[in-house]
Write a protein that binds this ligand. Sequence first.
Ligand SMILES: CC[C@@H]1C=C[C@H]2CCN(C(=O)[C@@H]3CC[C@H]4C=C[C@]5(CCCN5C(=O)[C@H](Cc5ccccc5Cl)NC(C)=O)C(=O)N43)[C@@H]2C(=O)N1CC(=O)O
Length: 111
Amino acid sequence: MSEQIIASARAWVLVYDDVNKKWIPSGTSSELSKVFICQYQMNNTFRVVGRKLQDHEVVIDCAIPKGLKYNQSTATFHQWRDNKQVYGLNFSTKEDADSFGRAMLYALDRL
Ligand SMILES: CC[C@@H]1C=C[C@H]2CCN(C(=O)[C@@H]3CC[C@H]4C=C[C@]5(CCCN5C(=O)[C@H](Cc5ccccc5Cl)NC(C)=O)C(=O)N43)[C@@H]2C(=O)N1CC(=O)O
């Protein structure tokens, strides 16, 4: 009854380098990852978790706060920010982006 996966998609996980004004891969190398939206039912919280397909390195693990502004920039690139950084998901397919985006909106709707 703990954590429920409500979405999974393939994407390159990026963070924005504000100094050099460019996207850099999150983690030690730029590799395709599996990204999930996980729901904790007992306290109705959600988070985005991502792990590299190859070595399972955790490349993202961030809470989805109530009121988050989730920006679907393009059909395959979605992004959002927290007080520390800007996260970007460069999805491998439009379908992956669509299903992840729908699950994100579902989560934001329930918070
Ligand atoms: C993987 C390469 C990548 C692929 C796709 C395209 C799509 C557009 N795009 C960007 O980076 C766009 C272009 C302008 C730049 C300027 C600033 C940025 C960067 C930092 C955040 N941001 C905001 O616009 C945020 C968004 C937001 C709105 C609302 C809520 C939350 C947020 Cl985060 N606006 C605020 C006000 O925060 C930004 O996304 N930017 C990506 C891109 O060019 N490339 C190619 C490359 O980089 O070579």
